[in-house]
Design a protein around this ligand. Structure first.
Ligand code: TYD
Ligand code: MG
Length: 481
């Protein structure tokens, strides 16, 4: 029996302390320390001094007997993994409860089992009957997936060591697993880490691919398993707004593939449907004819994705105006607002500002700056932007519109979806080539774009309300008083 060494372990980042304290000094979280036995996962009998055995050293050029990758039969999933599950690799899939992790993995395992591979699904959260019920609903009951509701890692490893090596094992979820080698309660950092270690060793030894499901905390961290992130070969996060049917699988870390690819799915009554052309989906419910919307021509991984940015700028009744953003980086929004104020004379300090990325997509590219600025100004001056235009470009702090990567791919996607023009950085015009199929409106500074939108606003003003003629400059200063 190992000597008990109790210490206090942060359940967020895994840092260990000798005594309890309110705040973890390592990650800065409050109230995350819990008492755990950290004597280690290796029993004393093994830890005792033993002579090391010798092992053979191999060359890089060796050949593996089988195909190193196993295609899941779902192209969106394969895109994110980099072409399929790699033999002997361990993948962590994180996401909010109820987002559809179990559904996705039930579908993937069923397709593989139908293709004749040995596939095992271990559920630590649901009873076998519940998993069956889901499979029935998905119309996958006939798939020869091997199913069990188990939580003991030792039992799982012994069971799976018998017979042919499974090609894929799903562990749903890692937080429910526990191992005899440590004494902490299931779900604690020590247990999660030790269980993951045992499963990873099994994968490397046998060549089976393992998928670990992990829960995510409110702030988007993979809870507890954050300490697992560096141990596994790949980390994917399954995201989406609960109220919307779109789901996005994103690679956060991948030792065998790119990390910026996304897979897009739609949750339907019959499970997850793959969306091979996300732009069509994200633009399917556009608010045509409303001010404050702009279509951003973005790139996610290797694929162009067109998505609508929606802005609302309204006079505030609060001392400090509100800035709320969904699907984009709030500090990026603050920067665009600051540039609009400082260089373009657009006063927003008296206005609440809301920005939303339609469809539940989360954008990480700075190239969205120009589209965001266009949507904001459009909402402020109440002028609709041309519905057949796409926008992309990064805005620098000096108000210059800077070039972004992959201009031709963005333009091609926009043309494919019937857009007529693109508002893009001046310096990207050359890269676009003559045959883009779109009218290119190159802007080199944000001021130019703001003036163009303001002109649309004033033209509108003339026809609707003659009294407001020449009122455009004043519109920008609505919030000053
Ligand atoms: P689930 O896969 O259980 O989520 P997780 O494992 O991430 O916690 O999915 C649960 C949600 O998905 C639930 O709210 C119902 C919904 N759902 C559908 O809309 N259609 C379906 O065919 C299935 C199986 C689930
Ligand atoms: Mg689940």
């Amino acid at each position: 029996m190992a000597k008990n060494t109790l210490s206090f372990v942060c359940q967020n980042c895994g840092a260990a302390y000798n005594r309890w304290q309110g705040k973890c000094e390592s990650c800065g979280e409050w109230n995350t320390l819990a008492e755990e036995d950290t004597s280690g996962s290796v029993p004393v009998s093994i830890r005792s001094k033993r002579k090391g055995r010798t092992f053979a050293l191999e060359s890089l050029a060796g050949k593996s007997p089988d195909a190193p990758r196993l295609s899941s039969g779902m192209s969106e999933l394969d895109r994110v993994t980099g072409g399929g599950f790699v033999r002997g690799s361990v993948l962590l899939v994180g996401g909010d409860p109820g987002i559809g992790k179990s559904t996705l993995l039930t579908q993937a395992t069923s397709l593989l089992a139908r293709a004749g591979h040995r596939v095992v699904y271990i559920s630590g959260e649901e009873a076998v009957a519940q998993v069956r019920l889901r499979a029935e609903r998905l119309g996958l009951s006939d798939a020869p997936v091997q199913l069990a509701a188990e939580t003991s890692v030792e039992d799982i490893v012994s069971t799976l060591s018998e017979g042919a090596v499974p090609r894929l094992i799903v562990i749903d979820s890692i937080q429910t697993m526990w191992t005899d080698t440590v004494e902490s309660a299931p779900g604690t950092v020590t247990q999660v880490r030790a269980s993951a270690q045992a499963l990873i060793r099994f994968a490397k030894r046998t060549g089976a691919a393992i998928i670990l499901v992990g829960h995510v905390t409110k702030d988007g961290q993979i809870a507890g398993p954050r300490v697992v992130e560096h141990m596994v070969d790949a980390v994917m996060s399954f995201e989406g707004e609960g109220s919307q049917q779109f789901r996005i699988l994103r690679a956060v870390k991948n030792r065998f593939g790119p990390t910026d690819e996304i897979g897009v799915f739609e949750m339907t009554g019959l499970g997850l449907r793959e969306v091979t052309n996300p732009s069509e989906l994200f633009l399917s419910e556009r608010d045509l004819g409303t001010p404050g919307t702009a279509v951003f021509a973005g790139i996610e991984g290797t694929r162009p994705v067109l998505v609508e940015l929606q802005a609302l700028v309204a006079p505030t009744s609060l001392g400090t105006p509100r800035r709320a953003v969904v699907g984009w980086d709030p500090s990026r929004l603050s920067m665009v607002l600051a540039v609009l104020e400082a260089h373009c004379g657009v006063k927003l300090s008296g206005h609440d500002v809301y920005l939303n990325v339609a469809g539940g997509l989360r954008i990480h590219e700075p190239a969205a700056d120009l589209a965001a600025a266009a949507a904001l100004v459009s909402s402020l001056v109440n002028a609709q932007l041309p519905t057949d235009a796409v926008y992309f470009g990064e805005i620098s702090l000096s108000g210059v519109v800077r070039p972004v990567a992959q201009t031709p791919a963005r333009l091609k996607e926009a043309a494919k979806l019937g857009f007529q023009r693109a508002v893009l950085p001046e310096s990207a015009r050359g890269e676009a080539g003559g045959d883009a199929g779109l009218t290119l409106n190159a802007v080199n500074s944000l001021t130019t774009l703001v003036a163009e939108i303001a002109a649309r606003g004033s033209r509108r003003g003339e026809s609707n309300a003659p009294a407001e003629k020449n009122a455009t400059p004043a519109r920008f200063r609505r919030g000053e008083g």
